[in-house]
Design a protein around this ligand. Structure first.
Ligand code: ADP
Ligand code: MG
Length: 269
């Protein structure tokens, strides 16, 4: 079946939304940790010059000698930019502020949109090394996010449970469509996950209802609650699953991991 998704080997998921502060990095870190906890071998690619995923997973700036920037711009082997984290089964390609100049530096490179895909091809060929690669995108639809979409099998969109949440989604979908037409015909939506959900807040319910009405099956059943443990964990340089594994936030990201796994099993069947 030609429309069958990539059921074997590595699954590459871009975590994207051009809005800042919606939970991309929190989702990348904690979904990665939850998948790793089940025994999946997970690689996080920090594609945001802010380097929040790197910091949140305990990679000090001094240890970021080779980063996503060198991987894209230089001719560096994938294995040379991968660092292990303190979490078992979880590695990362870190980022520094250097990455912010990639957009401009690559402007005359005719392969500029597919550099990450090319770099990750080495991982895709080796079925035994990685099960999941999560790409934490910057808050824009820039060349970096396009690189993530070109390299990925799917896009996971965190949506903050607040007013105007759905605004901007059509722009993201438009960018995805362009990527499908030009470079990655098979690109799917992994799902839309509502973050910072507050059960006691009417607005959260309204946003959820709106999202489910308009986007239907694309919206994950799992809701990520607003949980202070999730916002504290990065300053302790660990995922919430390590920081407070019994917290609501940890439980929610475990549930999201299970939902994604069961979706992938259904698609592979
Ligand atoms: P993005 O990567 O989209 O910019 P972040 O994941 O960095 O967003 O989240 C923005 C801020 O909100 C961070 O300070 C983060 O700790 C906090 N945050 C994210 N998700 C939650 C949540 N579910 N509950 C509480 N705080 C959260
Ligand atoms: Mg971020």
């Amino acid at each position: 079946m030609s429309d069958r998704p990539h059921s074997h080997g590595v699954q590459i998921i871009a975590v994207a939304n051009q809005k800042g502060g919606v939970g991309k990095t929190t989702t990348s870190i904690n979904l990665a940790a939850a998948l790793a906890e089940i025994g999946k071998r997970v690689l996080v690619v920090d594609l945001d010059p802010q380097g929040n995923a790197s910091t949140g997973l305990g990679i000090e700036v001094a240890d970021r000698k080779l980063t996503a920037y060198e991987l894209l711009v230089g001719d560096i082997a994938l294995k040379d930019v991968i660092l292990k984290t303190d979490v078992q089964n979880l590695s990362i390609i870190p980022a520094t502020v250097d990455l912010s100049s990639a957009d401009i530096e690559l402007i005359s490179n005719k392969n500029r949109s597919s550099l990450l895909k090319r770099a990750l091809r080495q991982a895709a060929m080796d079925d035994f090394e990685w099960d999941y690669i999560l790409i934490d995108c910057p808050p824009s639809l820039s060349l970096l996010t396009v690189n993530a979409m070109v390299a990925a099998h799917s896009v996971l969109v965190p949506l903050q449970s607040e007013f105007f949440a759905l605004e901007g989604l059509s722009q993201l979908m438009l960018t995805m469509r362009e990527v499908r037409q030009t470079a990655n015909a098979e690109l799917r939506i992994e799902g839309i996950v509502l973050t910072m959900y507050d059960r006691r807040n009417n607005l959260s319910h309204q946003v959820e209802q709106d999202a489910r009405e308009n986007l239907g099956e694309l919206v994950f059943r799992t809701l990520i609650p607003r949980n202070v443990r999730l916002s504290e964990a990065p300053s302790f340089a660990m995922p919430v699953l390590s920081y407070d594994g019994a917290s609501q936030g940890a439980r929610a990201y475990r549930e999201l991991a299970q939902e994604i796994l069961s979706n992938h099993k259904q698609m592979a069947a």
